[in-house]
Every structure is written in C-alpha cells, then in structure tokens.
Ligand binder design. Sequence first.
Ligand code: NAP
Ligand code: GDD
Length: 343
Amino acid sequence: MPTSEGHPVALITGITGQDGSYLTEFLLQKGYHVHGIVRRASSFNTGRIDHLYQDPHVSGTRMQLHYGDLTDATRLGELIERIQPDELYNLAAQSHVKVSFDMPLYTADVVAVGALRLLEAVRDAQQRIGRKIKFYQASSSEMFGMVQETPQTETTPFYPRSPYSCAKLYAHWQTINYREAYDLFACCGILFNHESPRRGETFVTRKITRTATRIKLGLVDKLYLGNIDARRDWGYAGDYVEAMWLMLQQERPDDFVIATNETHSVREFLDEVFGHLDLNWQDHVAIDPAYYRPAEVDLLIGDYAKAERLLGWKPKITFRDLARMMTDADMKLAEQELKLRPK
Ligand code: NAP
Ligand code: GDD
C-alpha cells in the first residue's frame, strides 16, 4: 500500500481525537491519502471524523481507518510497513493531566513508550523501504510545568509536574534522540493548549461552555470546577494543525513552540463565556476540591516567534472569538437536548 496514485500518504495516530479530526480535514484538502489508527471500543468512537469517512468500496477513497493501539508494537510495525506513509503524525495519547495522576503507568505506557514503539517501527521500516518517513511528535507545553521563565520558548528549561508531562518529556527527548542518532526526519511541536467545539468535554474550556449553555437553558444549575486561578495560553485547534504540517514540509527537521503569546486565567474564560450568555458566573460556579491536582501548572504563555520566522505561521483566532465559537456551538447542542427532553 505505498504512495497512492500520486497522492502523498499520511498516517495519523489519535485520528479520532480533537486534533486528529482537524488534521485529517486539513490533509484531505491538501490532496493527501489519510490513514488513521483507531482503538477498538465497544461503542463507536469515530464521532469527530464521521463526516470525513469515505466508503472503502468506492474507488478513489482517500481516507482509511485501521484498528491499532500505541501499546501494541507488533501492530504498529505491521501498519507502518504496509502503508509506507510519507508522513506520520503521532497524536495519540491519554491526554488528560488530572487522569494521569490516577493512571500513571498506563499514561507512561501509551504516551512515553508508545512514542518509542513508533520511532522504532519507523526506523525499521525506513531501512526496508529505503526512503524517509517524516515523523511528527505531539509534545506539550505541560512539559514546562513549574515555570522557569516567561514567555516560554524552545530553549526554556522543562520542569514537568504530572505523570502526563513526564511521559511527554520522555517522548520529546526520544524523538530528538532518534533524529540525532539515526538521522530520522523527526519534529516535535511543543503546542500550548488549543481548544475548539470538538474539545473533549472534561477539559476546562469545553466543560465551561458545555455547562454554561445548559445552565442558560435551565438544564442544570451548577458548574463545579477546581483551580480557577490557573493561567493558560489558549489557541484554536484548527490553526494549530497547520503548524504540524508546516514542520514536516521544511528542509530540516526541528522543534517549534506553537502558541498565541497571550495568557488568560480560567476566571477570564468564565467571564467571556457567561458574559456572552448574559449570565454572571459567580451565581453558578462552585469550587469542588476533587478537581484540584496533586501538583499544578500555574502559568503558561508561549512565544511563537521561531514558528513565525521559519514556518510563516501565526495564530488567527483570538481568545474572545474562541470562547464565543465554543459557546455558540454548545448552545446548539443544549437546544437539541432541551427539545428531546421528555416534558
Ligand atoms: P484527544 O482529543 O484526547 O485525542 C487523543 C487521541 O488519542 C484519541 O484519538 C484517542 O482515541 C487516542 N488514543 C488514546 N489512547 C490511545 C492508545 N492507547 N492507542 C491509540 N490511540 C489512543 O487529544 P487532542 O487534544 O486531540 O491532542 C492530540 C495530541 O496532542 C495528544 O497527544 C495530546 O497529548 C497532545 N497535546 C494536546 C494539546 C491540546 O491542548 N489539545 C496541547 C499539547 C499537546 P479515542 O478517541 O478512542 O479516545
Ligand atoms: N479539566 C479541568 N476540569 N481543569 C480544571 C477544572 C476542571 O473542573 N477546574 C480548573 N481547572 C484547571 C486545571 O487545574 C488546569 O490548571 C487548567 O484548568 C486547564 O486544565 P485542562 O483544560 O484539563 O488542560 P491542561 O492544561 O491540564 O492540559 C491540556 O493542555 C496541555 C497543553 O498545555 C491537555 O490538552 C493536555 O493534553 C495538553 O498537553
């Protein structure tokens, strides 16, 4: 299954996630043939990409899904060998920081060793097929953790504060090591928080937009949150997937911070969302310490100057527009829920 009819071939792990869905849309528009690895689950987990699905019986199909898991090295090796992608995007992860404190070993297996399994499979496949497979690793601003300097750049020292970020740091350095040791075309995108209407519902921005819109329609009363003083650099996922692709189109592999260079507190996000709905969040939000983390990352703000200079990339969607876009999309879901509710 090598490069198909002149179309470049991409393989995406984590295709069913927020970023996987936007990246698939982006690559299909660019003319790619996109393969994605999907975990087997007892119910469908492809909701974010169903609108992109193409019937494999129809000729000319440019999107194909394959069962696989980052814990299964044999399957990863077999898929890479068979698909022979030009570009491989490793987006799969147990990506929830709070959950990583509850499941540290599983998180390390998927996030840290999972990336290493892929790097080994790529190194092996490249030798056999005699050409490069470009590799993108989804690194994270969480690796900066306990802040050493602001804004954070590619040279800021890391200080991870969770099992998730320790695992991401391992994957980050393995990717760099494989580039230096084996001449892999491997890039790390150090992406700061990025959100969208497709964001998982347990991340703070989506939890807020989902619950605030339900409060507005009288479907629930309260929104329970943890540390609302935390500050993040929040961008739009649709903007960020383009940066992933741009990294793999350069002459030389390199690592880049992708961010907005703005920081906002969870409180400010509450202001934007509840304000947009003509509500006062202080009337509806309660603090539940169950959502506190054993160790917290207090402040993230990223400097994307290197990406702007070398990739020509910069963010397009502002903090306010992002909050409104997510609120408006969740208002539609809340309205549907209200209609379907038994009277
Ligand atoms: P997400 O929505 O949580 O998606 C994660 C994806 O990984 C899903 O497709 C999930 O499958 C898949 N996955 C989880 N465990 C797996 C396993 N064992 N084997 C194979 N696939 C597995 O995450 P995202 O927001 O799109 O983020 C994409 C990547 O960027 C992640 O690596 C994340 O850690 C990293 N990142 C995200 C941000 C951000 O702000 N969004 C910032 C920096 C870095 P299911 O759909 O079946 O769960
Ligand atoms: N999830 C969540 N739920 N977070 C809360 C809540 C709550 O009820 N209340 C307050 N917060 C605070 C968290 O303590 C954290 O400081 C902040 O809101 C953001 O939390 P998340 O939205 O869960 O994101 P994150 O910053 O921990 O991690 C996300 O961004 C990373 C990049 O910096 C994830 O997408 C990671 O996968 C990603 O690497």
